[in-house]
Design a protein around this ligand. Structure first.
Ligand SMILES: C[S@@+](CC[C@H](N)C(=O)[O-])C[C@H]1O[C@@H](n2cnc3c(N)ncnc32)[C@H](O)[C@@H]1O
Length: 220
């Protein structure tokens, strides 16, 4: 994947409008529907310092995350006040806490052994953080990483990309279907109009900002 967005400077300049201070509503609402068992691991690609990581671990799921920015990973542990151990493993600096393992480095360097016990992928603000020309490589790498096809909870945004540049980018439902076909069937769980919640986006001329929670199920 060609890295064209300078994520390090987003973190250095504390420009993290994408960070939610609370657990994601769709995660909270839809996780039970996936029927995970305690001990089933969840993979969170491009995890930032999402509080979802700690929440998932609190639900009894080992969490595996990958994040490019050391600033984000360190902030996660500082803010969550979780003790951790740090080690160097190949291209990654690995932060391990009880039930949370964060690989700090490039997502494209992950290998299948990193995700051995993964039973669910939770992608919020990750696919939509990637430029359109990089999305096929992102998805292809993800499918190659999973030890077996597992369900995914994917949160996307859809808006008029001509009115605003990303990230986050608009990733319409049809594009998600194309990216994940034929390995996955995509079902919409919710589509929520968010423009009234984001006045700064409306100021750009946008009239709609649709947030979708999608459930992806392996076809085989
Ligand atoms: C929009 S943020 C979303 C973070 C998180 N998913 C959340 O919901 O808050 C995207 C994150 O992806 C990280 N990132 C971008 N490219 C990456 C890569 N190639 N490998 C690992 N992380 C990456 C960025 O540093 C950034 O923290």
């Amino acid at each position: 994947m060609k890295q064209t967005i300078d994520w390090h400077s987003f973190w250095a300049r504390e420009r993290q409008g994408f960070h939610e201070g609370d657990v994601n509503v769709y995660l909270r609402r839809h996780l039970p529907g996936f029927g995970l068992q305690p001990g089933d691991a969840v993979f969170v690609p491009l995890c930032g310092k999402a509080v979802d990581l700690q929440w998932l671990a609190g639900q009894g799921h080992p969490v595996i995350g990958v994040e490019l920015s050391p600033v984000a990973v360190e902030a996660f542990f500082e803010e969550s006040e979780l003790p951790y151990e740090r080690s160097k493993e190949g291209p990654f600096t690995v932060y391990r806490s009880i039930n949370i393992t964060l690989y700090q480095g490039d997502y494209m360097d992950l290998r299948p052994h990193h995700l051995e016990d993964c039973r669910l992928v939770y992608d919020r603000a990750s696919l939509v953080a990637i430029e359109d020309f990089n999305r096929p490589a992102y998805v292809c790498h993800l499918l190659g990483l999973l030890p077996e096809p597992v369900p995914m909870l994917l949160v996307t945004l859809e808006y008029d990309q001509s009115k605003m540049s990303g990230p986050p980018f608009s990733v319409p439902l049809d594009e998600v279907r194309e990216l994940y076909a034929p390995a996955y069937r995509v079902r919409e769980l919710e589509a929520v109009e968010q423009i009234d919640e984001r006045p700064r986006w409306r100021e750009t001329g946008l009239e709609s900002l649709l947030e979708r929670a999608l459930r992806l199920e392996p076809t085989a």
